[in-house]
Design a binder for this molecule. Sequence first.
Ligand SMILES: Cc1cc2nc3c(=O)[nH]c(=O)nc-3n(C[C@H](O)[C@H](O)[C@H](O)COP(=O)(O)OP(=O)(O)OC[C@H]3O[C@@H](n4cnc5c(N)ncnc54)[C@H](O)[C@@H]3O)c2cc1C
Length: 510
Amino acid sequence: MYHRGHAADFEDWVAAGAEGWSWEENLPYFDMTEGNKQIGSLVSWQHHSDKGPLPVQQARGSPHCLDNLKLSRAVGVYAWQSVCDSYNRCQRDPFNKPPLYQPPFVYELLSAINETGLPIVADMNDPNTPEGFCIAQTFNDEGQRWTTARAFLKPRSQRPNLSVKLHAQVTRVLFEGTRAVGVKYVDENGVKCVVRARKEGRVENQACTIIGEVCKLRPFRGLNCLLRRVILSAGALNSPHILLHSGIGPGKTLEKFNIPLLADLPVGKNLRNHVGMTFYFILTNLNNTRELDWSVLTQYLLNAEGPMTSTAITQLTGLLYSSMAERSRKQPDIQFFFNGFYAELSSTGVVGEPAEPTHVNISIGWLTLDSPNPLDPPVFDPGYFSHPADMVMVKDGARYIQRIVNSDTLKGYGIELDSEYTSGCAGAGAEWSDTWLECMARLHTDPQNHQLGTAAIGLVVDTQLRVYKVQGLRVIDASVMPTQVTGNPQAPIMMVAERGAAFIKQTWKE
Ligand SMILES: Cc1cc2nc3c(=O)[nH]c(=O)nc-3n(C[C@H](O)[C@H](O)[C@H](O)COP(=O)(O)OP(=O)(O)OC[C@H]3O[C@@H](n4cnc5c(N)ncnc54)[C@H](O)[C@@H]3O)c2cc1C
């Protein structure tokens, strides 16, 4: 899902020490990554860009689908039924683009939401409509999900100053004094290697120094192509792990694992993630069919269209305010996800439609080392519900779900909580009571994959993402984000990456 966050999210960053990272200052960098394909038809130029390489739109099939549809109608094959459904929607697209795949149940959910009086919006990124449910725009095109590697790296894979080493795990940053001069990594055969950054004023024509056995890495060609700095972008759990093994972190932790201290910094101390709870419901009145069957697979493999071009009801999301939120800040603090396409859907025929409210939590966790071996994973405690406000917000989210479930639309489907799933809280009071919700939240705690903050601006890196107390080392990923953004974080992380690239270019100019 593509969500930039709200202006207030970045006010929080600035308050946490990220001077120069306000909404207005970040906006041009958001624009650099986004390649929105529904400007004019769904979203506005004011809040989106079509200049970036990453396609952003509601889940859309292949452009060939219209021809295929005509063909399928001619031969009357039943398997193409859902194409027709898509085609009907496609005809409503004023630009007559390839079909969006939006299963009918998405619209049933929207109508249930509408019944409760909760807002439905076209664009969750429009600052004028911060609150509401919508069919989200995601990173996809022609029936496939897009990654940043596909959008940014692949088109530049032939550049002489780019060398990508796959299946390599960086274990630590190498230093000469306090200057980062390279990284150490282990390749897929367990061979330890070193990639060195060029020292100022000296040329090295070999990108990989040999330790033990020979490592074959394409040597960098030419003076200008050689690295001068080390940049860590291993994500919010692995960048701090590498920093700690490199001697950058809390002195006491490093002492415990006999790692020589280079810079005493609170690495791993500000771990933040969104957390929520999940409910499973059964639609008892639904004449159930298995959606992911051979015809759907064939449809996708042959023509990149149909249900597999989208994420079923997962494309629906919503942002709402909890009782803890200050509405005037236009910063909704609860998000809703509706999961679909679970494996059991096709194997048992049971329709389990989990709904999860998740929220911008106040609790802060930590990450640290578990052993002196850099190949061992780090340990982390996200500290969910350690701040009492978090439980209030998650319960508020659950009460919105209760309202939606009580709509006539969903009652018509005979919607019921899955009793097997709730059985662990059977003795915790009546369903939807305060005590029952608290039990459910603790039993079915559902963290999102939105970890960040472990090498935050102001704590571990400066406002240009340079690690304090050492030279030649930047962290550019979710680790540097000081506080959570509302909603999905990938767009803000890409904005951080663009700003990081701009800082590097600026440094080279100087
Ligand atoms: C299933 C799932 C669905 C998601 N959906 C969405 C969504 O719809 N919208 C959204 O905004 N966000 C979504 N997210 C969250 C988003 O993907 C992450 O927040 C984002 O990718 C984090 O970016 P990053 O660059 O900080 O780290 P990452 O994307 O994790 O990149 C880190 C990279 O470093 C590599 N690496 C790690 N350690 C090492 C090492 N020691 N040596 C070498 N390489 C290493 C990793 O392999 C990885 O390629 C989703 C996450 C998951 C898991």
